[in-house]
Design a protein around this ligand. Structure first.
Ligand SMILES: [Zn+2]
Length: 98
């Protein structure tokens, strides 16, 4: 069982970012897209010229694992570099209306 989380895909660099905890600020490799606020208070910022899509994705982790990953600075979750490792753990479950 995984989690469905809100995430933002940056089409400029191909990364998908999501916020693991309320204090977790993450940005994509090129810096055009950033997320914050965790799963409950999800918010995002994009550069004016950014090419991006807000979506829901399914990840292979639970809330505790996300918190520990953030707290221990393992950074296994939160940033998916689609160009490097194809996201086998990520299933696009459709776009989100915002
Ligand atoms: Zn980017």
């Amino acid at each position: 069982m995984g989690l469905t989380v809100k995430a933002v895909e940056c089409r400029d660099c191909g990364d998908i970012v999501y916020s693991r905890t309320q204090q977790d600020f993450r940005e994509c490799t090129c810096g055009n897209v950033s997320v914050d606020g965790g799963l409950s208070y999800f918010k995002y910022n994009v550069a004016p010229s950014a090419n991006f899509e807000v979506k829901k994705i399914q990840i292979d982790a639970n809330l505790n694992e996300l918190y520990d990953d953030w707290n221990d600075m393992n950074d296994e979750f939160g940033l998916i570099e689609t160009k490097e490792d194809l996201p086998q753990t990520v299933i696009n479950v459709g776009s989100l209306n915002v």
